[in-house]
Write a protein that binds this ligand. Structure first.
Ligand SMILES: NC(=O)C1=CN([C@@H]2O[C@H](COP(=O)(O)OP(=O)(O)OC[C@H]3O[C@@H](n4cnc5c(N)ncnc54)[C@H](O)[C@@H]3O)[C@@H](O)[C@H]2O)C=CC1
Ligand SMILES: C[C@H](O)[C@@H]1OC(=O)[C@H](O)[C@@H]1O
Length: 254
């Protein structure tokens, strides 16, 4: 069964990792997909090609989510291409691991701007378009298990993920009257570019694996199903929710 037939899905930071898996997953479920990406054109072009090979339409729009204008441009380009916006997956993020006591100001500000301001303006731009269309919609934000727990080298990062989680709770209230649902996914440790260097530390990686009841770290594709579900009408009565997708890591204290 295709859960997103006829829908237009927008995904930020979608040329790699979880965003890419979400974009491909949406296309596998019948959606046309607009992807936002930040840097190199090659991975974005290959994501578009992969979606087109599935028989769906796709566009890639370059832009830094930290700039509020990027959100307006992304939505405008998607509407020009596909006529509407049904789903926004706000996924783009960075996690430059760094100790707390000597954390550079620019690293803090950049992390806040990309992860939290970026999500805020993307969600707002998508919601403005959905309200104009008048037939509701679904917003899924990629928060993190780190919204609920801390990280020694993530003091600038975990507050942004708590912020994204909180944003979905407040927008669920603000947008419910328009039939727009807002939910977050909270991934555990997923093997992507964002943590490649961090998990090169074998001791740390082994600890994270042992902490995961399902016995392995996640793959980006592990997020595709939960995101597609929350985006779809299968989740028609789900809003303001946060779905842990962590192999059980969060509940595994002892
Ligand atoms: N990998 C993990 O263990 C976890 C990741 N997450 C979150 O998942 C999201 C995706 O990350 P991953 O797929 O893991 O890593 P990733 O590095 O593969 O993906 C992040 C994407 O965001 C894009 N991006 C970064 N800054 C951007 C900007 N200013 N404008 C537009 N795009 C930008 C990157 O180019 C990249 O494609 C992030 O928000 C991250 O915080 C959450 C929990 C766990
Ligand atoms: C990038 C980290 O490995 C990853 O990001 C998160 O949000 C998770 O909690 C992991 O720490």
């Amino acid at each position: 069964m295709k859960l997103l037939e006829g829908k237009t899905v927008l995904v930020t930071g979608a040329s790699t990792g979880i965003g890419r898996a979400a974009a491909i997953g949406a296309a596998q479920h019948g959606a046309d997909v607009a992807i936002n990406y930040a840097n190199s054109d090659g991975p974005a072009a290959s994501c578009v090609a992969e979606i087109e090979a599935l028989g769906q339409r796709a566009i890639a729009v370059k832009g830094d989510v930290a700039d509020p204008q990027t959100a307006q441009d992304f939505v405008t380009r998607a509407v020009d291409a596909f006529g509407k916006v049904d789903v926004m997956v706000s996924n783009a993020g960075i996690c430059p691991f760094h100790a707390f006591l000597d954390m550079p100001v620019d690293v803090v500000e950049r992390t806040f701007k990309v992860n939290l301001h970026g999500a805020y303006f993307m969600v707002q731009a998508a919601a403005q378009q959905m309200v104009k269309q008048g037939h509701g919609g679904s917003i899924v934000a990629v928060s993190s298990i780190s919204a609920l727990v801390g990280g020694e080298f993530q003091t600038h990062y975990t507050p942004t993920k708590a912020g994204v989680h909180s944003l979905m709770q407040s927008t669920a209230i603000a947008l419910g009257k328009h039939g727009i649902r807002c939910n977050s996914v909270l991934p555990g440790t997923i093997l992507t570019e964002i943590n490649k260097d961090d998990l090169a530390d074998v001791e740390k990686r082994t600890y994270m694996e042992r902490r995961t009841p399902l016995g392995r770290l996640g793959a980006p594709e592990d997020l595709a199903g939960p995101i597609v579900f929350l985006a779809s009408d299968m989740a028609a009565y789900v809003t303001g929710a946060a779905l842990l997708v962590d192999g059980g890591m969060y509940v595994n204290l002892q």
